[in-house]
Design a protein around this ligand. Structure first.
Ligand SMILES: C[S@@+](CC[C@H](N)C(=O)[O-])C[C@H]1O[C@@H](n2cnc3c(N)ncnc32)[C@H](O)[C@@H]1O
Length: 513
């Protein structure tokens, strides 16, 4: 078996100089996209290097850096020196390694388009920036490309990371906690809108990578703490808690970056259950999670029981996989499909055995957002939404919670007194037999946020169409009753439920006085 060592990690001190050199060479997300083109860039995100190798045959500083860091190829010392004037220091600091006349990367440094047009870089273990552990430059077996024990690898930014970053409510915050920071991407985003950022991880290597990521990206250093779940923060409270936790439900805690090491979905459940004790009033907790679908129990019923008292919650299931698909997905992630067939089958069997023993029929993947309201009538919604959404969804998530607050504070009579505007992106679709006087179905469709559609009746469509914020809802209902020759009292009785639904789903926006 190949010996696995833990190479030293770069010192963060020279990060500012390295950033200047990277910027000077245009080694940024935009610069790399320009050089590689959309096709080459997209191929790279699938861990395919051939198009990028073809695009970097010229030897310019940017081509040299793409080869060095993105493709993880050795480059001649002379070329590296031209691309990075501070090269010798970066070698001394451990960012790069000199092998005779060649220079190679010691860590993965990947440009990342930051918020507000900022140029950021994510630092992670070699071979772990795309395609999971063992992606570009990675090797199969016990370790990634960096010779680090695979159990301790620190991954770069994956699809889950960017999904969570897009979901996060980016309001100005006094304090934010990134629980399970990995290479620090969520902490980096939080550094733009939170005065104080704390980042935790059980893996000390992850804390070091987070430090490197934030240093290289020119962000304020977070308060880095080692430990599991909320243990490192004691009873401290935060305005925002974000977590892309190791949510994989697996029979063994093999890989720290993905396996929580607790049974079933206990890690995600514990995180949700304990969140309220670590949130300020009005504070947000946002996480990605996997959850078990247990035989004979609706997943929604299970999930809403996780929600702590005093919190509104919106739980969205994006995808469901049966237990075989799920085991295969993560066996592939672990490189197990490259093992000998008998070992692969044994691991696969153990996974299914575990699921069958726990009576798990499928696994859901989704998002959980909590907001601490202190209300004794919390709004808790668990829904399935596998359809495309508009990212960044954070502003829409904030809007959903604000509207829940509004609906909680307004009974039916209040709703009829309130004024609403139709959300700007909503269109009406009519479906019916060509030439028919009336459509069979009228649908309101939103192009923003969750991109929802809902069927409405004539009253609902008419009501939504008139909502421009000038008239109270009750006056509009009375006018529609007169127009349709209906009893206004009956219509006033019936319409608040429809208004409630249209507000909840974001078709109507309450006008605040
Ligand atoms: C899926 S990675 C997420 C990394 C990064 N936050 C992102 O969004 O890409 C999960 C991280 O959680 C860490 N972790 C694993 N178990 C943990 C625990 N019990 N408490 C806190 N962090 C944990 C892992 O070391 C890993 O860095």
């Amino acid at each position: 078996m190949a010996s696995v060592t833990t190479p030293r990690l770069p010192a963060p001190d020279g990060a500012a100089a390295l950033r200047d050199d990277l910027l000077a060479a245009d080694f940024t997300a935009d610069g790399c996209l320009d050089l590689l083109g959309a096709v080459g860039y997209a191929a790279l995100s699938r861990a395919e290097t051939v198009p990028a190798l073809r695009a970097t045959r010229g030897g310019s500083p940017l081509e040299t850096l793409v080869r060095l860091f993105l493709l993880q190829r050795p480059v001649p010392y002379g070329r590296a020196r031209v691309a990075l004037p501070g090269l010798d220091r970066y070698v001394a600091d451990g960012w790069l390694v000199r092998d005779g006349d060649e220079i190679r990367a010691a860590v993965d440094v990947r440009p990342y388009a930051g918020d507000g047009g900022a140029d950021w870089w994510i630092v992670s273990d070699l071979g772990c920036a795309v395609g999971g552990a063992g992606g570009i430059g990675g090797t199969p077996g016990a370790s990634g490309g960096s010779g680090v024990d695979r159990a301790d690898l620190v991954l770069g930014v994956g699809g889950a990371s960017t999904t969570l970053a897009g979901l996060t409510v980016r309001e100005p915050a006094g304090s934010a906690l990134d629980l399970g920071t990995g290479s620090g991407v969520q902490a980096l985003h939080a550094s733009r809108h939170a005065t104080r950022v704390t980042a935790t991880d059980v893996n000390p290597r992850a804390l070091h990578f987070a430090r490197l990521t934030l240093a290289l990206s020119g962000a304020r250093q977070p308060d880095l703490r080692r430990g599991s779940l909320f243990e490192p923060v004691g009873d401290e409270r935060y305005d925002l808690v974000v977590s892309n936790p190791p949510f994989v439900i697996s029979p063994a805690g093999r890989f720290t970056y993905r396996d929580g090491g607790m049974g079933g979905d206990d890690l995600c459940r514990t995180l949700v259950e304990q969140a309220a004790d670590h949130l300020t009033d009005g504070g947000w907790c946002q996480l990605l999670a996997n959850w078990q679908h247990l035989e004979g129990q609706d997943w929604r019923e299970r999930l809403v029981q996780w929600v702590p008292r005093g919190c509104d919650a919106w739980i969205v299931q994006r995808e469901v996989q049966d237990i075989a698909q799920y085991a295969e997905l993560w066996l592939r992630d672990g490189g197990d499909h490259r093992d000998d067939p008998a070992a692969y089958a044994a691991r696969y069997d153990a996974w299914l055995e575990d699921f069958e023993r726990a009576k798990v029929g499928a696994v859901g993947f989704g998002w959980i957002t909590l907001r601490k309201t202190g209300s004794d009538r919390p709004a808790v919604t668990a829904e399935e939404w596998p359809h495309p959404v508009e990212q960044p969804l954070g502003p829409h998530i904030a809007g959903w919670f604000a509207r829940q607050d509004f609906l909680r504070r307004h009974d039916d009579a209040d709703l009829l007194d309130a004024r609403f505007t139709l959300a700007s992106d909503v269109v009406q679709e009519q479906v019916g037999v060509p030439g028919a006087e009336d459509p069979e179905h009228v649908v309101l469709r939103s192009g923003r946020g969750m991109r929802r559609a809902t069927e409405v009746d004539t009253v609902g469509a008419g009501f939504a169409g008139v909502c421009d914020g000038t008239l109270p809802a009750g006056r509009i209902v009375d006018a529609i009753a007169q127009l349709l020759g209906e009893d206004p009292v009956v219509l006033r009785d019936r319409t608040p439920a429809a208004i409630r639904m249209l507000v909840e789903q974001g078709f109507l926006e309450p006008v605040t006085p």
